[in-house]
Design a protein around this ligand. Structure first.
Ligand SMILES: Cc1cn([C@H]2C[C@H](O)[C@@H](COP(=O)(O)OP(=O)(O)O[C@H]3O[C@H](C)C(=O)[C@H](O)[C@H]3O)O2)c(=O)[nH]c1=O
Length: 184
């Protein structure tokens, strides 16, 4: 299992070891021991899975406010997504900056997104399944969001279409109008 740094402190790309043979392949998708070897000590308590039928579906940008902020370990198990993390920690040198990566069922890569970051993804194919681990339970009373195309963040989403959005995501606020309590 490899852990690769990104332009955002503590946002890591995780590449599990894949063991192929004549039947197919096997991999450990998560290992507490391997994370602890890297001094990464999250206690994941909830696994999520979502299905998106249409290419160009965009879920995000989401986060849960403190005290229910979530670290997420995201992977795509069917199709392909462009997965994005945005630093929203007040005082962070990378505040408002984003990192994006293609996560696909083929490349088996994962993205580790700590508390204090907003998360979102755009599907690059039809029939996409995303699975992710969270270190805090769902808390709708702490639900937070930022508009997917906030010009102050300027995420370079890879598909130039009007995305399929939830009603909530269509009317999400700009980062400058979000009140949150994340401090670097
Ligand atoms: C997140 C969540 C949702 N729900 C229920 C609430 C709604 O009735 C339904 C759909 O929720 P939502 O529209 O928020 O789902 P997404 O748009 O996929 O949101 C998620 O996708 C982005 C990319 C994220 O990073 C978050 O984990 C999460 O916000 O599932 C639950 O019961 N438990 C949960 O943990």
């Amino acid at each position: 299992m490899k852990f690769i740094k990104t332009n955002l402190e503590d946002v890591l790309v995780v590449e599990p070891a894949v063991f192929g043979d004549h039947r197919g392949w096997f991999m450990e998708t998560y290992s507490e021991a391997k994370f602890h070897e890297q001094n990464i000590n999250y206690q994941f308590v909830q696994d999520n899975q979502s299905y998106s039928a249409v290419k160009g579906t965009l879920r995000g940008l989401h986060f849960q406010l403190n005290p229910k902020a979530q670290t997420k370990l995201v992977r795509c198990t069917r199709g392909a997504i462009f997965d994005v993390a945005v630093d929203i920690r007040q005082g962070s040198p990378s505040y408002g900056k984003w990192f994006g990566i293609e996560l696909t069922a083929e490349n088996k890569k994962q993205l580790l997104i700590p508390k204090g970051f907003a998360h979102g993804f755009m599907t690059l194919t039809e029939d996409v399944e995303v699975q992710y681990k969270c270190d805090e339970l769902y808390a709708p009373e702490c639900d937070g969001g930022i508009l997917w195309n906030d010009p102050a963040i300027a995420i370079e989403w890879p598909i130039d279409v009007t995305p399929v959005l939830s009603a909530k995501d269509e009317k999400a606020p700009l980062l400058k109008d979000v009140t949150h309590n994340f401090v670097y």
